[in-house]
Design a protein. Structure first.
Length: 319
């Protein structure tokens, strides 16, 4: 086999580059944090009240294809003012925090919303309904976080989902019924790939409110920071007031940081309601999805050197 000097140089340079890249420290990072607090529901009904309700929370974390082998799912239910399987003392509902093994940057604890940042390899998730007006608290409070980082690993994913469904049997005078939902929120969605590493980081957050009457969707709202109501049917008037950034975000990066972060208040007012049976649902989500090209081990440097020396020896023998 004949090797030209140019081809030998290419082989050696490629091996050298791969070998050195295996020694560099770099990170592929994703964070999605969403905190909803002081959530309250008001309506001007002349009769009726909240009835059956359910809360649910779920979270999962995977690192290099291996997930936390415990279940992060939890749910509870009750009837307003009558019975409940949801705890009264905070947290109202909490699934088991998820930490995918082997985490090299610390373990997230129950109710722990610390931001770990770009250090080591880990993937974790936590979500809680911390307090709920339906169980006797003044307001409802839901907090969720998904966070992952790759320093040496190849892939990581984490996600949370927390929500509630509430039955409302309401009596209004004519079509003059009103319903309002208001809350405060903090959002932090962050993706970044540092130090020239080859990888892609994605993170997402979501918050959605749905109102049904007799099983038919009549209003939906996913705050985007633009005072936009997604759906408003049956002649209703729906007005959104949003003083901060979107709570529904998708962030991605293959290099510099892409960050959506802020806090503010959110409210939807719905008017024109008539008497009937309603279902009000509120749901939040967070997620991360990371991929990193794993460098070839630095032993390739020795292989490249061996190829070069071997080829030179062959050439000398042929002379």
């Amino acid at each position: 086999m004949k090797f030209s000097k140019r081809k030998l140089a290419v082989v050696f340079s490629a091996a050298l580059g791969l070998g050195l890249s295996g020694q560099a420290s770099a990170d592929v990072y994703g964070l999605s944090y969403l905190n909803v607090d002081n959530l309250g529901v008001t309506f001007n009904a002349t009769g009726g009240s909240a009835g059956l309700y359910t809360f649910s929370a779920n979270q999962d974390a995977i690192l290099n294809g291996v997930d936390d082998n415990t279940s992060g799912a939890a749910s509870c239910a009750g009837s307003f003012g009558v019975f409940t399987s949801c705890s009264i003392a905070p947290p109202t509902l909490s699934g088991k925090v998820q930490n995918a093994p082997p985490a090299t940057a610390g373990i997230r604890g129950e109710g722990d919303y610390t931001v770990f940042g770009t250090a080591g390899d880990y993937s974790n998730a936590e979500a809680e309904v911390i307090s709920a007006a339906l169980t006797g608290d003044a307001f409802t409070h839901v907090t969720s976080i998904s966070e992952s980082n790759l320093d040496l690993g190849a892939s990581a994913q984490s996600n949370t989902n927390a929500g509630s469904n509430t039955k409302l049997a309401l009596t209004f005078t004519g079509n003059s019924g009103t319903l309002s939902v208001a809350f405060d929120a903090d959002i932090n969605v962050h993706t970044e790939v540092t130090e020239g590493d080859l990888g892609i980081a994605q993170a997402a957050s979501g918050a959605t409110l749905l109102l049904q009457k007799d099983g038919v969707l009549i209003a939906s709202w996913a705050p985007t920071g633009t005072n936009t109501v997604t759906n408003c049917a049956l002649g209703l008037v729906c007005t959104a007031t949003e003083t901060a950034l979107s709570l529904n975000n998708t962030s991605s990066s293959d290099g510099v940081a892409n960050i959506v972060a802020g806090s503010g208040s959110y409210k939807i007012d719905i008017s024109g309601l008539s008497s009937g049976n309603y279902t009000l649902a509120f749901n939040t989500t967070t997620s991360t999805d990371l991929f990193r090209v794993v460098p070839v081990p630095s032993s390739l440097l020795l292989m490249g050197t061996g190829l070069l020396l071997g080829a030179r020896a062959t050439r000398r023998n042929k002379k």
